[in-house]
Design a protein around this ligand. Structure first.
Ligand code: NAD
Length: 384
């Protein structure tokens, strides 16, 4: 199966391309192409020292035509990986489906329930996979929490708090070209991870959201909602507060700050779950004096004694899971493909348009709330 990555930015470099190179190393992926408008970004990606050291001899084909043309040049049932700014996801995913391609899309799939529904219909009618990379689901701690919650160990979720604040230097990146007030905000960009996780763990659905934000300017003068505070009310009236920003100090430890705390209740008393998702127990001070708290859990390239380096962590496992599902589907008649897709939708491990539409519902409602000064807005129901 060939893979075409649309977008050559941060997530393509840090997670997608190294995962695909490793899958190529093991024969699961044949040729890899990367499409971006700017040829310089393709050259930067191709010569990235971390990637060239980890995957000697692995290369990708540079494509800078419009992504529709690139997709149109593929035979059916290859994999299109959408790593573009959010506002391009809908067109890119639909273009891939219309050309009979399986899709791995970075989160969030889209910002609107109507777009989600169109993708869901198109994919199911053609028996194609759309896997959405909510990679925190593949963190073992998320799987443990889901299992223990669903066994009843925590009773019922009542109140919670989550945060994910990216480093200040994100403001210097390509984000200043697309992370504008009209297009997105800190909650939509990264808060969605924790909304998805609480649903993944508990099976509850977001019912209402209110979102307040604070605007700040990027270095290029564009304005973005770079600080947000959300209150998400769930189907059982539980409440989750989610704080997000592109603004955690560069000098602070870790590559960001993030975590989840859930307070729950059962007949006999209270229950509590706390994940520090940024501090994974490692503290380094490397020469010439840089303190860091690296995460071995998300994504690392480690030396396991062979040629190059091996990706480990839930960022890799999330990509691998979707690639393996796409490979499983290939070559079956439509009815069998639909049966497999239904089975995976029900299993709920991989986020799909059928089982994670609450993310689009909460984003659509949150954007309305944000622009109205934080009024509570109901989430459209998407399940069923
Ligand atoms: N934690 C996460 O799960 C996570 C982290 C980062 C990004 N993401 C998601 O991944 C997606 C990409 O984010 P990123 O951080 O890589 O952004 P980025 O700004 O670093 O990269 C975007 C890339 O898309 C390219 N591009 C823009 N318009 C294009 C077009 N019309 N045709 C082809 N290429 C085009 C740009 O040249 C750039 O290479 C976003 O949806 C984002 O929300 C998820």
């Amino acid at each position: 199966m060939r893979a075409v990555v649309l977008g050559a930015g941060m997530i393509a470099r840090d997670q997608i391309l190294p995962s695909l190179f490793h899958l190529q190393r093991h024969g699961h992926i044949s040729a890899i192409e990367v499409c971006a408008r700017n040829p310089a970004s393709l050259r930067r990606l191709a010569s990235d020292p971390t990637l060239t050291r980890a995957f000697p001899g692995h290369t990708f084909v540079h494509r800078h035509e419009p992504f529709r043309e690139v997709i149109a040049s593929l035979p059916p049932e290859q994999l299109v990986v959408v790593a573009l700014p959010d506002q391009l996801h809908f067109d890119a995913v639909m273009a891939a489906l219309e050309r009979e391609q399986h899709v791995l899309c970075m989160k969030p799939l889209v910002h609107f329930v109507a777009e989600l529904a169109a993708i869901r219909r198109e994919a199911y009618s053609r028996g194609l996979l759309v896997g959405i990379d909510y990679h925190k689901r593949f963190d073992d701690r998320s799987l443990m929490a889901r299992q223990r919650y669903r066994e009843g160990a925590f009773g019922e979720f009542r109140l919670g708090t989550a945060c994910l604040l990216e480093k200040w230097h994100y403001r210097d990146s390509n984000f200043q070209n697309w992370f504008t007030c009209d297009a997105t905000d800190a909650f939509t960009y990264i808060g969605c991870h924790y909304v998805d996780l609480v649903a993944f763990i508990t099976g509850l659905l977001p019912a209402e959201v209110s979102l307040r934000g604070v605007k700040d300017r990027f270095p290029n003068g564009e304005e973005g909602w770079l600080w947000t505070d959300a209150r998400v009310v769930w189907s059982n009236d539980a409440i989750l507060n989610v704080q997000n920003a592109l603004g955690f100090p560069d000098a602070a430890p870790g590559s960001n700050t993030q975590g989840l705390t859930m307070y729950c209740s059962g007949g006999a008393g209270g229950a509590w779950l706390h994940h520090s998702d940024q501090y994974r127990g490692l503290a380094y001070c490397e020469l010439p004096g840089a303190y860091s708290e690296p995460s071995p859990d998300y994504f690392q390239l480690v030396d396991q004694g062979g040629v190059g380096r091996v990706p480990v962590g839930y960022g890799y496992r999330s990509v691998e899971f979707v690639v393996r599902r796409a490979l499983e589907l290939r070559g079956w008649p439509l009815a069998e493909r639909r049966a497999l897709l239904n089975q995976w939708d029900r299993a709920g491990m991989m986020a799909t348009p059928a089982n994670s539409g609450y993310n689009e519902a909460v984003i659509e409602a949150a954007r309305v709330s944000l622009h109205s000064g934080g009024h509570p807005v109901s989430c459209i129901r998407t399940e069923g």
